[in-house]
Design a protein around this ligand. Structure first.
Ligand SMILES: NC(=O)c1ccc[n+]([C@@H]2O[C@H](COP(=O)([O-])OP(=O)(O)OC[C@H]3O[C@@H](n4cnc5c(N)ncnc54)[C@H](OP(=O)(O)O)[C@@H]3O)[C@@H](O)[C@H]2O)c1
Length: 263
């Protein structure tokens, strides 16, 4: 199947490792031109070189911290300068610290609202108008199955991701006629540094080893194992492709069957 991604121009935020990187890898394999962002130029340069070697038409890394709105403007400018336009925008960031709902503080809410809601919407507002003018665009939010089935130990994530889902669902209805699709790609438990972090916390809370906590997490998944980045990224490339033109306003799960509900 030709996904039609050759030469398409993509900005993948949080593209140095983990889920963002898995989408960047899949896009690189299809010949897309890439800009990735993160917080460290050395890590970005390394990842960009690997993406180029994997087939990207071009690849460059831009330092931009989602904690700062000004960095989103800088990132949009740099991506436009490097690519000449952005056809595919992957909104992604690091995960908020684990906590229960009763542990949420106002300070943490405001801090993470910036990462999860304000910065993604700010950069989307910069880049989506030109997609609409060109009549073609793809926006993918790296989400979480916690948006459908709240995860008790990730209350900050559950709470704030509901906002970005509400925004995406609403805007997707406004831009669909202009050829722009917007979807959430929701991971279940995919083995990345983030999952190492959350599993370490859970192991400590339960007084079990890291390996035991990991095995317990895998046992809850019908597929019988945690996911890998290679399970996740290709669906991102599909949603970004010509073939994904009629999929919009949706939340697509990549979770090995972990969410048991029917929506
Ligand atoms: N993995 C899962 O199973 C899973 C499940 C549900 C939800 N999620 C969510 O998916 C998102 C990505 O998770 P992941 O597993 O890919 O995590 P990860 O492996 O820790 O990767 C996070 C990425 O975000 C970048 N990043 C972190 N903080 C940043 C900041 N302040 N500004 C700009 N970039 C930043 C990192 O780059 P640098 O470190 O180079 O800056 C890295 O590229 C998170 O929001 C996470 O909560 C993940």
């Amino acid at each position: 199947m030709d996904l039609g991604l050759q030469g398409r121009r993509a900005l993948v935020m949080g593209g140095t490792k983990g889920l963002g990187r898995s989408i960047a890898d899949a896009l690189a394999g299809e010949g897309a031109a890439l800009v990735i962002s993160g917080r460290d130029q050395g890590r970005l340069d390394q990842a960009a070189a690997e993406l180029k070697a994997a087939g990207a038409a071009s690849a460059a890394g831009v330092v931009a911290d989602v904690a700062r709105s000004a960095d989103m403007d800088k990132l949009a400018d740099a991506a436009l300068a490097a690519l000449g336009g952005v056809d595919i925008l992957v909104l992604n960031h690091g995960g908020p610290p684990p906590c229960t709902a009763s542990q949420i503080t106002e300070e943490a809410l405001l801090e993470w609202f910036q990462h999860i809601v304000v910065s993604p919407i700010r950069i989307a507002n910069r880049l989506i108008p030109a997609m609409r003018e060109r009549g073609w665009g793809r926006v993918i939010v790296v989400g979480s199955t916690g948006m459908q089935h709240p995860i008790p130990t990730l209350a900050l994530s559950n709470t704030l991701r509901a906002s970005i889902w509400g925004w995406l669902k609403t805007l997707s209805g406004e831009v669909a006629k202009d050829g722009v699709t917007m979807n959430i790609l929701a991971p279940g438990t995919i083995q990345t540094d983030r999952v190492t972090q959350t599993t370490t916390v859970r192991a400590k809370q339960k007084g079990v080893s890291f390996e035991a906590a990991l095995a317990e997490a895998a046992a809850e998944i019908p597929a019988g194992r945690l996911g890998t980045p290679a399970d996740y990224g290709p669906m991102g490339a599909f949603l970004a492709s010509e073939k994904g033109a009629y999929i919009t306003g949706s939340m697509i799960r990549v979770d090995g069957g972990r969410v048991r509900g029917m929506v």
